[in-house]
Design a protein around this ligand. Structure first.
Ligand code: HEM
Length: 410
């Protein structure tokens, strides 16, 4: 295929994306996607709206493109391969993840303070306390229980509430609405309704923090609004982003990571037996690589022609960096990348993306996962699934992969 081909010429051959995982292989990327990686570095795929962006299969090309300024994260640019119908009036989703520099950098700078390495490390004892208390509560409650509602959601929700300055008592409200935002099977109206409810909730909170500031991110944003550095609507949009991004993704890693470890008892034993912070950190990287929960890829529009693996991608075309297969690329990882191996050096995974849009919360997510994976299975050594693996409801329909619920017993 050449850069001059139009998508229509090959319409019949073009596979639909995203694809389904194989039955019985809940941790592996879809077999058709892996076949595409074996066949070559680039292919076209067809999205829900009939558009046919390029799919980049290999990690080296994905990295190169993710730091290439000729690619844009702006969803209004021609060719942008949207995973869902985007309502251009639903203002929240137009925040900095879907903008280019310098606007993206200006806004990102305003919220990045609490996510710096030192500030995150200072939160580690508080996170350990939150994790221990959540386990105490779980152990005192019914057995079996749903790990998602009893542990995987409350822990990152409590952490992000503390960081942002949102009352945890409102968690049912913001967790429910955040979940709607990242489902693929809801209508644009339902998604816009959920985002508007979250925006209004944070508008009220931001006003309260302006009147009575505390030591949290919302108060810092309120001060920046007062100083004229930020509009209040920009501050509200970014607060929704941090609140939603801060709990839903990490919660999915906690629950899905637990299913994966329970299916790999030798690896779970390794984690349970160690006090070595280096091994715990490498276990987290390996689980991020192996599970790669952002399974619908990094999406960009091409602003000026770029060449990838000998193929010219034209301005106005869309590109998807399929980081789930990128994280299983045999050229990027030593040993067998299909195996979960907690001792592997997995740091080159793309689970947090790469380049200017790489995950703002990655240091926080890593620290939370290190505390959780090194505490949960030691404190509840008999933890096991309370259902068959085949009956676990995996989030095949989500933009972020995980499980809807996870019955566990001990
Ligand atoms: C295991 C947990 C997490 C995973 C796997 C994850 C994954 C990602 C990925 C793949 C991106 C990049 C999207 C792209 O390049 O287009 C991203 C961006 C982002 N993430 Fe996370 N994330 C996680 C946790 C968090 C947390 C805890 C926060 C806290 C607020 C957060 C906030 C954000 C924000 C604000 C962005 C946009 C960054 C930008 O565009 O500059 N994430 N995340």
């Amino acid at each position: 295929m050449t850069g001059m081909d139009t998508p229509d010429e090959h319409q019949a051959e073009i596979a639909e994306f995203p694809m389904r995982r194989a039955a019985g292989c809940p941790f592996d990327p879809p077999p058709d996607l892996r076949a595409m990686q074996r066949q070559g570095p680039l292919t076209k795929v067809r999205l829900w709206n009939g558009s046919t962006p390029w799919l980049v299969t290999r990690q080296a090309d994905q990295r190169a493109l993710l730091r290439d300024r000729r690619l844009s994260a702006d969803f209004t640019k021609p060719g942008y391969p949207s995973p869902i119908p985007i309502d251009k009036d639903a203002t929240f989703i137009a925040s900095f993840p879907l903008m280019d520099d310098p606007e993206h950098a200006r806004l990102r700078r305003m919220v990045q303070g609490p996510f710096a390495v030192k500030r995150v490390e200072a939160m580690r004892p508080a996170v350990q306390r939150i994790v221990d208390e959540a386990i105490d509560t779980m152990l005192a409650g019914p057995n079996p229980v749903d790990l998602v509602t009893a542990f995987a959601l409350p822990v990152p929700s409590l952490v992000i509430c503390e960081l942002l300055g949102v009352p945890y008592d409102d968690h049912a409200f913001f967790e429910t609405n955040s979940a709607v935002m990242i489902r693929q099977d809801v209508t644009p109206e339902e998604r816009a309704g959920a985002s508007e409810r979250l925006l209004e909730y944070l508008r009220v909170l931001l006003r309260a923090k302006t009147a009575a500031p505390a030591n949290d991110l919302l108060s810092a944003l309120a001060a920046q609004v007062e100083a004229g550095e930020l509009s209040s609507e920009e501050a509200v949009q970014m607060s929704v982003l941090v609140l939603s991004g801060g709990h839903e993704t990490t919660a999915n890693m906690i629950a899905l990571g637990t299913v994966a470890l329970l299916q790999h008892p030798d690896q779970l034993d390794l984690l349970r037996a160690t006090d070595d912070p280096g091994l715990i950190a490498s276990a987290v990287e390996e689980l991020l690589r192996y599970l790669n929960i952002s399974h619908t890829g990094m999406r960009r529009a091409v602003l000026a022609d770029v060449e990838v693996a000998g193929q010219v991608i034209r301005a106005g075309e869309g590109v998807i960096m399929a980081n789930d297969i990128g994280s299983r690329d045999p050229d990027a990882f030593s040993g067998d990348p299909e195996r979960l191996d907690l001792r592997r050096d997995a740091r080159r995974h793309l689970a947090f993306s790469f380049g200017v849009h790489q995950c703002l919360g990655q240091t926080l997510a890593r620290m939370e996962l290190q505390v959780i994976y090194s505490t949960l299975y030691r404190r509840i050594p008999t933890l096991k699934l309370a259902t068959e693996l085949e009956k676990v409801p995996f989030k095949h329909d989500g933009i972020v992969y995980g499980v809807y619920e996870l019955p566990v017993a001990w």
